[in-house]
Design a protein around this ligand. Sequence first.
Ligand code: NAI
Ligand code: MG
Length: 356
Amino acid sequence: MNKYNICLLKGDGIGPEIVNEAVKVLDCVADKYGFQVNYDEALLGGSAIDAKGTPLPQETIDKCKASDSVLLGAVGGPKWDKLPGKERPEAGLLGIRGALGLFANLRPAVIFEPLKSASPLKDEIIGDKLDVMVVRELTGGIYFGERGRREADGEVEAYDTEQYKVSEIKRIAKVAFEMAMKRNKKLTSVDKANVLEASRLWRETVIEMSKDYPEVELNHLYVDNTAMQLVINPGQFDVILTNNIFGDILSDEASMISGSIGMLASASLSDSSLGLYEPIHGSAPDIAGQNIANPLATILSVAMMLKYSLNEPKAAEAIENAVNKVLAENRTPDIYEEGKNKVTCSEMGDLVCKAL
Ligand code: NAI
Ligand code: MG
């Protein structure tokens, strides 16, 4: 029997509530598909500041590294808002991503059939199905390039530098090609190769790598065109590969196509099978402790973990199907629609288990 060790970083606000429901669902699929999950827990963010005086205790890094995968709720809240940048809960989040070498960020933009009406896009544009995966490079590019201020022509000038090594492009492209192989064998690489040198190297490198993946249909788009295409013809995309800054913007754009923040999962991957899985939303302090948060983004993050870190794709698919089924009749308040059953956070977890 396969055994997996999962480190839980429940975090703050609604974090513990949503992670508990995700664990419930993971235990259900483990039973059903015959694998075993052991859990460890560690502190991150505000709860770590309160208990240990730092948003990222060394013990948390050690426990994450010792696990097969990490499931994170969310961090932050008004209680810690006045702390200086490096001491805030969010610093713990950036710190753990760095400590685990997570260079690939995966953000699916999916419309679940029963939630079609929540999308800001018209039915004709959405078509039968919308399921796009954005693969964003997370540790290079202009966010990490040389920066500064200097004098130029008697005034202040500021600069940031977009820079990528071939090896950095190769490792993120590999994630995207592998992803395309697991999905519909279609990959769109997004750049600005008509203007930027780093984008020209990006494109050359991706083309070179495509020789190793002859089955994958590869095309290239400029980022400005991609931004337009996502809202006029999103169905043309399956996997989108892009750099750090373009991915930051495009993944937010793509995810909002689904129209509901409580539904969106994400993954951050490293060179090893260790990944960090989390909902894209924050700790929602306004609804924390009321058992009304939508746990589905976290439950769907577990599905991504099963697919990309634990090699249990059947269990992952079962969760996605169960979520679709449950949504037909049941909604947490954030996605409520007239005529459906209004359910709590824990009831939603129970319903997904039942559907499984
Ligand atoms: P947020 O995503 O926490 O909340 C935005 C709005 O969406 C709120 O009205 C909230 O109630 C609602 N919402 C979010 N998730 C929901 C869910 N699962 N079910 C139902 N409703 C949900 O973003 P906000 O308000 O900007 O930030 C709150 C705190 O979270 C801040 O301290 C922020 O720094 C932190 N944050 C943490 C993130 C993380 O841990 N990855 C990401 C974004 C924000
Ligand atoms: Mg962003």
